[in-house]
Design a binder for this molecule. Sequence first.
Ligand SMILES: NC(=O)C1=CN([C@@H]2O[C@H](COP(=O)(O)OP(=O)(O)OC[C@H]3O[C@@H](n4cnc5c(N)ncnc54)[C@H](OP(=O)(O)O)[C@@H]3O)[C@@H](O)[C@H]2O)C=CC1
Ligand SMILES: O=C1O[C@H](COP(=O)(O)O)[C@@H](O)[C@H](O)[C@H]1O
Length: 456
Amino acid sequence: MVQNRFIIFGGTGDLTYRKLLPAFYNLFISQKLTKQDEILIIGRRDWTKTDYVRKMEPWVKEFARFKVEEDKFLEFIQQIQYLKMNLSALDDYSILKDYVTKSKAQVHVCYMAVSPQFFDPIVEGIHQIDLFNVRLVMEKPFGTDLLSATKLQRKVTRYFDEENIYRIDHYLGKDMVRNILTIRCENPIFDAVWNNRYIDHVNIFALEQVGVENRGSYYDKAGALRDMAQNHLLQLLSIIAVDNPHDLHTLSLQQSVVLHSLKLLEDSMIMGQYRGYLDEKDIDSKSQTETFARFSVGVETSRFQGVPFHIITGKEMMYRDTAIQIVFKSPYSGQKPNILTIQVQPKEGVEISFNIKTPGKSDEISEATMDFCQNCQMQNRINTPEAYEWMLMSIMLEDGSWFSHWDQIVTSWKFMDELIQKKPKPILYEKKSLGPEGGLTAEIVECIEKPFICKI
Ligand SMILES: NC(=O)C1=CN([C@@H]2O[C@H](COP(=O)(O)OP(=O)(O)OC[C@H]3O[C@@H](n4cnc5c(N)ncnc54)[C@H](OP(=O)(O)O)[C@@H]3O)[C@@H](O)[C@H]2O)C=CC1
Ligand SMILES: O=C1O[C@H](COP(=O)(O)O)[C@@H](O)[C@H](O)[C@H]1O
């Protein structure tokens, strides 16, 4: 009997190839995924398992953090099966029913690696065939706005208990994101100054060099605000701004308190669209969808009142970098601020810049930096376990901490729906640039360009 059967709806999509299968491979190599587990790929293409394996192999080779050895790969693919069905046709779920009846499993992890419009038919389909012991995994974005998210929640909770619903935000699986609370709360030198008395502003940015690639039909409806900001970036913001949590089980609820207190700062929005976006596959030729977004928010809590948080994300940028900069107040003008930078990816680590007396000169001050480079410590190809490895492992262990609570989804959509109403038209920017004018400040560019002292 199969132990955990991962049923991947959308098994021929970007997420599955780029993130899930490499993560499964990593779990297999580190013996977290055993021979008793199965990955059942659901696709609508008329493929055999051999066709599928041929298609996914290069992705696993490129993105797995362990080097793919031929013999290990052959063992790994024993655990993969391919099933053809149309996930939006309810009648097709009998195909899945036949499969699970013939080959039984203890746990069914139903993973929705599809756009949000397919969540509804999948939930209905799984319910209709009475699949038992289901853990329902839903990718972000959960809905496309508050209304659709609420409808979806109603539908899902009609059939499934909250404790069996795992709303994934893979940024919560990133090692340095999980490190934020430790860095903040376990070090008195940071904990004591984690408030508006000492912090001047916060920059949170996630810049990508890739464009929309083959995901045009999904992305053109979403845009950077729904695709990255409503979920990943508001997660980061709320982990930075949350009051010290008592334990991880209450974190998500505490984060929703922060999200509830967000205020968009006036005239802070800059939207951009990279030149050439309109020629990409499945993009409306007149699309006004933003591929770059910048906005600033205030957090109206006693801890952070008055501290602006600048949120920035973009595709086809000059750099790939996700980081958080905590910029402290300078006691007098002209003094360089102390900056704590949490580097999430591709550099992983922490930097702190501070002022020192310039060596050999008595009255000059210059900036110095100390850093901890996590990549260097791990000495691995892609270092720490990939985000999806953590998430998949947590699902196997039925550990719901680090998944998004419904309250969090509600508050983030409330905020984002209003923001989207007010967003300005996108300004064109060149591919591999710094985005539209005003998008990236010198402070951010300097942070991105500064390598760790300890070189990777
Ligand atoms: N890509 C990424 O890096 C990340 C994506 N996500 C989220 O994951 C979700 C999926 O994204 P992504 O993989 O990029 O999207 P894609 O558009 O690449 O993949 C969508 C998948 O859905 C399948 N599909 C669509 N319609 C049907 C149908 N009627 N029957 C059967 N299969 C169907 C597609 O099949 P076919 O191949 O036949 O078209 C494809 O496998 C989104 O919610 C996204 O936000 C989250 C984090 C990262
Ligand atoms: O959720 C998404 O995330 C990816 C970026 O993920 P990362 O782990 O590489 O930072 C983004 O490319 C995609 O558009 C979005 O849907």
